[in-house]
Design a protein. Structure first.
Ligand code: ADP
Ligand code: MG
Length: 237
């Protein structure tokens, strides 16, 4: 199993005078699926940028093992490359034959057989998202970071994509950090859900969800977890 771990202690980050993250502590074990939820603007994307090494924290300790790939909400595919071409970009330096094999294998996993030569504009939003996730998984990345990956999709496609992600992870286990404002997405998918406060954000609530995947959104364990997270975020029905 190829996965990585993360350990952060007393991590804080500011953009100039704007304090965004304050005293974050987090340990993620290899193969764990952690979801981070929080209000818009609380610093979720900033936290992922710190975890992936794209940003350096203002203070605190961050240790990471393994390689990282991030999938963003925004359409990150290259429009001038086909599905195959985009997937091949996720691969490390391999000889042409191994690259072809790996791409063709991933095309099957993401359910896009027959669309290898299609360009992104000819695909639906859900299909494009699958290529993005496939590209991130292709190179054997140890830690998959997902930044609101399904938020542009309609509800049904989102449910399907969650299922696809579970299947891909079953096939190829990874450590996953999912950042989302969709609480149900977090409780349906994650082993552990963390709630961030308003900015400057710290982790104000943590919930372990011990229900085997794939999980139905209506399963009692998922519904109970959603209720608990909503309560922690101050929601009263
Ligand atoms: P989230 O992903 O939770 O919506 P972000 O991490 O994108 O939050 O942003 C947190 C805060 O930091 C916001 O107030 C945002 O305006 C600010 N911010 C984000 N990126 C930058 C940047 N590069 N420079 C200055 N401020 C930023
Ligand atoms: Mg964000």
């Amino acid at each position: 199993m190829s996965t990585g771990s993360i350990r952060i202690k007393g991590l804080s980050h500011s953009y100039g005078a704007t304090a965004v993250l304050k005293d974050i502590h987090l340990d993620v074990s290899p193969g764990e699926f952690v979801a981070i939820v929080g209000p818009s603007g609380s610093g979720k994307s900033t936290l992922l940028s710190l975890l992936s090494g794209y940003l350096k924290p203002t203070s605190g300790v961050l240790e990471r093992t393994g390689t990282t790939r991030t999938v963003h909400q925004a359409d990150g595919l290259y429009p001038w490359l086909t599905v195959e071409g985009n997937l091949a970009l996720g691969l490390p330096r391999l000889d042409a034959a191994s690259k072809r094999r790996a791409v063709s294998d991933m095309v099957g996993r993401i359910g896009l057989v027959g669309f290898e030569k299609s360009f992104p504009h000819a695909l639906s939003g859900g299909m494009r998202q699958r290529v993005e996730i496939g590209r991130a998984l292709c190179g054997g990345t140890d830690v998959l970071m997902l930044d609101e990956p399904f938020s542009a999709l309609d509800y049904l496609t989102r449910l399907k994509m969650r299922g696809e992600l579970c299947r891909l992870l079953e096939d190829q286990p990874r450590t996953v950090i999912l950042v989302t404002h969709d609480i149900e997405e977090a409780t349906q998918l994650a082993d552990r859900v963390l709630v961030l406060s308003e900015r400057p954000a710290s982790i104000v609530y943590e919930l372990k969800i011990d229900v085997p995947r794939p999980r139905d959104v209506t399963a009692s364990g998922v519904v109970d977890a959603t209720k608990a997270v909503l309560k922690a975020m101050g929601y009263e029905p």
